[in-house]
Design a protein around this ligand. Structure first.
Ligand SMILES: [Zn+2]
Length: 469
């Protein structure tokens, strides 16, 4: 398998640290608002990569943080008259709801800053002890000059960076720093803001430090894959490398993956530009499987131009795949014959060839567009076979199994749910009872079971509703 590594700017053979296992850290959202399609695209892109790694037999330890301490959360709390904890909790729950609709697998772990303060303080202290950081008026800054590899990820030298840096920083902050490129590891508390006690006084962590701390704590000094949006390359990931490698003396991540932007009318979709589509608004209007399919169908490194017409195109393509599935399923139920011996063997061989083609395409830096074209070829085979005068059960089942298996890599469920409404409603009732009795293990198990059957639950003040995906 080959993966494009931002650090070396080339495709490299993928070799995990431990055979059969992949440690993967993905920078998660700042939880002050509902996610927009750009955020959802990043989550879908790395979920698809995770699914493919799992498809290839790797056991993936997938850690993605929630930034729950940040200026934006504090401001949002003032607006909503909520504490920062309440703001974070509200939007973390919303994140889980939206990503569940998009069939994004839950991370192995979602660590949060508020739960990691002690580890962060210890990490910062270690950097001070090693002279990679200094205290200035209650703040602690990273001493960028001390890390000779600074700039290696984004391909910039310290001199290049220096020439632009002084203009970017406000005067007040600049006066606290030895060098304009230095960045805050710890910020002294302002009046009335959430803060924690530290050896340097009351304060809170800077943004970059949390990812170094959480990645190392949960995945080890060196991780296999570190991923995030393209815009995080500099300064966020550059700073993560500087912090982590200064502390451990080891390479922080072996492969750096960055996903492309979602554009809208030719411009990057972002909250600051105000041209964003909120994921949950779209998911209410459009079948979530179509949105998932659209977001999963672009190459993760390329930009994705979002528009009404690409959404329609995704709908049509998904419907073609579903139709092919239904065609074979129909014959299977209606008149498939028991397999005798050797009939249609060439079709089984064809299936193997397509599977190998799929793996070859996806092994090449997760080339989703090419992988999808193999899925369309397979759909064509299904359509042709479903029109044969005689259809054999074993062949049809093999076709459906391979078709579902490959579709699942993209997070698409093609099988119609076998559950009827009454069964679903009975399970929803049982889940409500379990929740009332605080038996969350049972209630989660029911929700997960339904999800596996393609049924998504939506808890509203008026009760629980369900949706087939
Ligand atoms: Zn990060």
């Amino acid at each position: 398998m080959k993966i494009y590594n931002t650090l070396t700017k080339q495709k490299e053979a993928f070799k995990p640290l431990k055979e059969g296992k992949v440690s993967m850290y993905v920078c998660g959202p700042t939880v002050y608002n509902y996610i927009h399609i750009g955020n959802a695209r990043s989550a879908v892109a790395f979920d698809t990569i995770r699914r493919y790694l799992e498809y290839r037999g790797y056991d993936v330890n997938y850690v993605s943080n929630f930034t729950d301490v940040d200026d934006k959360i504090i401001h949002r709390g003032h607006e909503l008259q909520l504490s920062p904890q309440e703001v974070a909790e509200k939007f973390i729950q919303a994140f889980y709801e939206d990503t569940t609709l998009l069939n994004i697998k839950k991370a192995t772990l979602n660590p949060r800053v508020m739960e990691s303060i002690e580890d962060i303080i210890q990490f910062v202290q270690d950097l001070i002890d090693k002279d990679y950081a200094y205290i200035s008026k209650g703040d602690v800054y990273y001493r960028t000059n001390a890390f000779k590899d600074y700039g290696k990820l984004s391909g910039q030298s310290l001199d290049d960076l220096m020439s632009g840096a002084s203009e970017r920083v406000a005067d007040e902050e600049l006066s606290r720093k030895e060098n304009p490129l230095d960045f805050a590891l710890w910020k002294s508390a302002k009046d009335g803001e959430i803060s924690w006690e530290s050896p340097w006084g009351q304060g809170r962590p800077g943004w970059h430090i949390e990812c170094s701390v959480m990645a190392i704590k949960h995945l080890g000094d060196t991780i296999d894959i570190h991923a995030g949006g393209h815009d995080l390359t500099f300064p966020h990931h550059e700073n993560e490398i500087a912090q982590s490698e200064a502390k451990t003396g080891k390479q922080f991540a072996n492969y750096w993956l960055h996903n492309g932007f979602v554009t809208f009318d030719g411009e990057k979709m972002s909250k600051s530009l105000g041209n964003f589509v909120v994921a949950r608004d779209l998911l209410q209007q459009v079948d979530p499987q179509i949105v998932r399919f659209l977001l999963a169908s672009a190459h993760y490194r390329h930009p994705l131009a979002f528009s009404e017409s690409v959404l329609n195109e995704a709908e049509n393509n998904l419907e073609k795949l579903r139709q092919a599935y239904r065609n074979i399923e129909y014959r299977l139920k209606k008149d498939a014959k028991e397999y005798e011996n050797g009939q249609d063997k060439d079709i089984l061989e064809k299936l193997n060839v397509l599977k190998e083609q799929f793996i070859a395409e996806m092994d090449d830096d997760f080339n989703v567009p090419n992988g999808l074209s193999v899925l369309y070829k397979l759909a064509k085979e299904l359509n042709i076979y479903s029109e044969q005068p005689v259809v054999y059960r074993e062949i049809a089942q093999n076709m459906l199994a391979l078709f579902s298996e490959l579709a699942e890599v993209f997070g698409i469920v093609l099988a119609e749910s076998a559950l009827i409404d009454e069964e679903i409603l009975a399970l929803i009732e049982e889940r409500s009872q379990a929740r009332a009795n605080k038996d969350f293990k049972r209630s989660d198990a029911i929700r997960d079971y339904l999800k596996d059957q393609g049924i998504i639950l939506d808890d509203t003040p008026q009760g629980t509703r369900f949706k087939r995906i």
